[in-house]
Ligand binder design. Structure first.
Ligand code: HDE
Length: 657
């Protein structure tokens, strides 16, 4: 151990004192250096997206995109680009909980040979507002209320819903916000979206409008709200833990990159404005072309140095990718560098290792707080002759970034385009696209969120607003909230977009987590064969019992316990395997095990019941039906159980029977 000056330290236990019971001395430089550094350990958290978690990985291109863009990392199939991806919650402080109802950030930094390219997206394809000028209002409304700093990490309060009702451009985003998308199960099973319309520009200078999508290979899956709330207490780190552990286990998070493209000539062909960030381009109208894969395969070494200090900026582009006039995007181009200057203490944050490009970089920027580079030589200006006019600029052919020569015209004006004024058609398209259980979840979410609003007038305004999306939905919500049923007209849109429903997503058993609830006296042959099948399908299992240590089967076969009924919880698993046992069919063991069954049943999860597990199942409030698989007299039990696990939720289960 040394001081920061490199001096070897002889004592790190006692400060320097005048006598063993005397006062501490000012001249104890080691004490002062250590405490001073500690006092300065915190930096301001991000004003939004404060709670985040990140991992390293790579992006591999499937097919050349030369026809559409000159971006170097999109030219040759097979090209691999290192990436750093940070997922985040928008509203909560950095110490809040993972599973709250919130939009998730999905920010990817590509370290390309042509410089860093940042795709700073969210897990929802649209946004609350259309113009960046309104961002501080939105965030002030959704953050904890200023007079009492409550509630933390939640949109269920008066100011947020007052904002919504009085800023109706939020309608489409609110439908997504009330859907299962804002309670993703973990980062590995959520989509990502660039949200804005960008441009691809090819070597000939031909441009196309483009939207970016990340599609998880495991499908899109969510928690149920009761589960999300309980996990927030049982394991506030649920989603970061999942990412960390999956990567440690070699189960890398994988997402395919898709692009939707529209020719410049077709800009006005749609019944929405393609520059409006409150609109999607339905995939059925503009197909998503899959062009590559992101794999997150390495955890960070140090969360502060990497995850906290990473600085994303939608303005970090490479040649071949450019902006559009989306007014939300334009505003972001100012905000991100501005916020990094405060958060990271000056203009040299690009020199922090996680932010540094992997390609060489040279310019005449100098000095500032915490400068790392030692720039040599006499010259720090352009143009010059003393250094042979270096660093020199590059032409487009040499790889220089040349802004797309977009034609602009018009009057300087503060106004919203007429084409941005339809707020309800796509909100209704989203509603039309939901499966019946998804619709019910949206109604429940509205009833919960707006039910937390104290002001009756705000409740009424919300109900009246969402009658424009669906009259019946708003009427049910009105009844739940104890306000008047709405009057007014619902949108006439009848179209739907199947791609928006999670009911149509991919389902695979790999990496799903099963709790094996077990006690002494189980049947080893039966359990072993099930566990073998789970392993074969990549399903993970945890042995959960009343106490840590060893559990013994009827014939004294030993199993080591991983978790106890106390240290874990049913909400932390995707499915249960109820083995029970014979010896302990009484007291606390019974009631703990039955609690697990009741919870998993209520959360629509698969439950496999071993022969020895039947008495426990019978004693619970769960009933036989969808997703409940019994081993008794069932030669195909293991297979059927894995099928049920793969299905993940059984929405047709009647949990109120
Ligand atoms: Fe951000 N946003 N944002 N945002 N945003 C920030 O930058 C901002 C928006 C997004 O993991 C801040 O470094 C404005 C849309 C992500 O580090 C800040 C507007 C989308 C992250 C900021 C938006 C995003 C941020 C805070 C309205 C999806 C976290 C700290 C025009 C496409 C990145 C920081 C990370 C972070 C401003 C809207 C995504 C203040 C003004 C739309 C994923 O600069």
């Amino acid at each position: 151990m040394t001081t920061n000056q490199g001096l070897k330290v002889s004592n790190d236990e006692e400060s320097l004192k005048a006598g063993v019971r005397g006062p501490t001395l000012m001249e104890d430089f080691h004490f002062r250096e250590k405490i001073t550094h500690f006092d300065h350990e915190r930096i301001p958290e991000r004003v939004v997206h404060a709670r985040g978690y990140a991992a390293h990985g790579e992006f591999e291109l499937y097919e050349s995109m030369t026809e559409y863009t000159r971006a170097g990392f999109l030219q040759k199939a097979g090209t691999k680009t290192p990436v750093f991806t940070r997922f985040s919650n928008v509203v909560g402080s950095s110490g809040s909980s993972d599973t709250v109802r919130d939009v998730r950030g999905f920010a990817v930094k590509f370290y390309t040979e042509e410089g860093n390219y940042d795709l700073v997206g969210n897990n929802i394809p649209v946004f609350f507002i259309q113009d960046a000028l309104k961002f501080p209002d939105l965030i002030h409304a959704v953050k904890p209320e200023p007079h009492n700093e409550m509630p933390q990490a939640a949109s269920a309060h008066d100011t947020f819903w007052d904002f919504v009702a009085n800023n109706q451009e939020s309608a489409h985003m609110i439908m997504w916000h009330m859907s299962d998308r804002t309670i993703p199960k973990n980062f590995r099973v959520m989509e990502g979206f660039g949200v804005h319309t960008f441009r691809f520009v090819n070597a000939e200078g031909v441009a196309r409008f483009v939207k970016f999508h990340w599609k998880p290979l495991l499908g899109v899956h969510s928690l149920v709200w009761d589960e999300a709330q309980k996990i927030a207490g049982k394991d506030p780190d649920f989603q970061r833990r999942d990412l960390w552990e999956s990567i440690e286990n070699g189960d890398f998070a994988e997402y395919e990159l898709g692009v939707q493209m529209i020719n410049e000539a077709d800009e006005f062909m749609f019944d929405f404005d393609i520059l409006d960030a409150t609109k999607i381009w339905p995939e059925e109208i503009v197909p998503v072309k899959i062009i590559g894969k992101l794999t997150l395969n390495r955890n960070v070494d140090n969360v502060f140095a990497e995850t906290e200090q990473v600085a994303f900026h939608p303005g970090n582009l490479v040649p071949g990718i450019d902006f559009t006039n989306d007014p939300l995007l334009q505003g972001r181009l100012f905000s991100y560098i501005d916020t990094q200057l405060l958060r990271l203490g000056g203009p040299n944050f690009t020199e922090i290792p996680i932010n540094r490009p992997i390609c060489p970089f040279h310019n005449n920027q100098r000095n500032g707080f915490s400068r790392q580079s030692i720039n040599v030589g006499q010259v720090s200006y352009h143009k010059n002759s003393l250094a042979n006019n270096t660093p020199s600029t590059s032409t487009a052919k040499e790889g220089g970034f040349v802004h797309y020569a977009q034609k602009v015209e018009g009057r300087v004006i503060q106004a919203r385009s007429e084409s941005f004024k339809d707020h309800f058609s796509q909100a209704r398209l989203f509603w039309n696209s939901m499966s019946p259980p998804e619709k019910q979840h949206i109604i429940n979410a509205f009833s919960f969120e707006v039910g937390k609003v104290n002001d009756r007038n705000v409740r009424q305004q919300v109900v009246d607003m969402f009658a424009h999306v669906d009259f019946e939905m708003a009427s049910i919500i009105a009844d739940n909230l104890g306000v008047n049923r709405p009057t007014g007209q619902q949108s006439q849109v009848t179209a739907s977009s199947p791609a928006l429903s999670q009911a149509n997503t991919r389902r695979v058993p790999q990496t799903l987590k099963v709790a094996v609830l077990i006690g002494n006296g189980f049947d080893v042959d039966e359990v072993e064969s099930v566990v073998r099948t789970l392993r074969r399908y990549g399903v993970q299992f945890t042995i959960v019992a009343e106490k840590f240590g060893i559990i013994r089967s009827k014939d004294r076969f030993k199993v080591r316990v991983n978790e106890t009924f106390l240290t874990t919880a049913p909400v932390l698993f995707d499915a249960l395997y109820v083995v029970g046992g014979t010896a302990e069919n009484q007291g606390k063991f019974n009631s703990d095990l039955i609690y697990f069954i009741d919870e998993a049943f209520k959360h629509y999860k698969p439950i496999g019941v071993a022969t020895t597990g039947v008495p426990f199942f019978d004693a619970s409030s769960a009933k036989a039906g969808p997703g409940i698989v019994f081993a008794t007299n069932n030669a195909d039990f293991s297979k059927m159980f894995v099928q049920a696990i793969t299905q993940q939720r059984f929405w047709d289960r009647d949990i109120y029977q």
